[in-house]
Design a protein around this ligand. Structure first.
Ligand code: PNS
Length: 161
């Protein structure tokens, strides 16, 4: 059985993330989407909110995918979960440097765990959680960029949306 961790902040989940989950699911027997609880970052949504949104989407679309929360080193978490690989979505060249650095550092920490990069569909190549938040904060529409449940939560969290 092949098991992979798809880690991220998912603050919030976008259609780009969903696209990566769908592609990853076709290649691995088990997929765990793991939300980081990062005390040094100031997320818009609490980890509980992010988990609820992810669970709602995943349960409906991909019932075989697990949603989990982790803290600490990603490779330690991957070892605890007995995963062989980590998957990361890579959109444009600009993502590459950061992802390359992280993948190689993770390899140094745990050589047995492989990092796999997935390219989301072209229409999501310019989509990011950061831009979704910025647009929502400034009252723009995020329709077609995030699932309805995320759009509703953004509206609740940011009344200007
Ligand atoms: O969605 P993001 O914010 O780009 O995800 C970043 C994430 C969670 C993959 C990264 O911050 C991470 O792996 N954090 C866990 C801490 C860790 O292992 N740091 C060393 C990385 S080399």
């Amino acid at each position: 059985m092949t098991k992979v961790i798809y880690p991220g902040s998912f603050d919030p989940l976008t259609f780009g993330h969903i696209d990566v989950i769908e592609r990853t699911r076709r290649l691995f027997d088990q997929v765990v989407v793991a939300i980081i609880t990062n005390p040094s970052k100031q997320p818009l949504f609490t980890v509980e909110d992010r988990r609820e949104m992810l669970e709602a989407i995943v349960k409906k679309r991909f019932p075989d995918v697990e949603v989990d929360v982790f803290h600490g080193l990603l490779v330690d978490y991957a070892k605890r979960k007995r995963a062989q690989a980590i998957v990361r979505g890579i959109r444009a060249v600009t993502d590459y440097e950061y992802e390359f650095q992280m993948a190689l550092m993770n390899r140094r920490l745990a050589p047995q765990i492989e990092t796999v990069f997935m390219m989301p569909a072209e229409q999501y190549s310019y989509l990011s959680s950061r831009l979704v938040k910025e647009i929502a904060e400034l009252g723009g529409s995020v329709k077609g960029l995030v699932p309805d449940i995320v759009e509703k939560r953004l509206r609740k969290r940011l009344p200007k949306t």
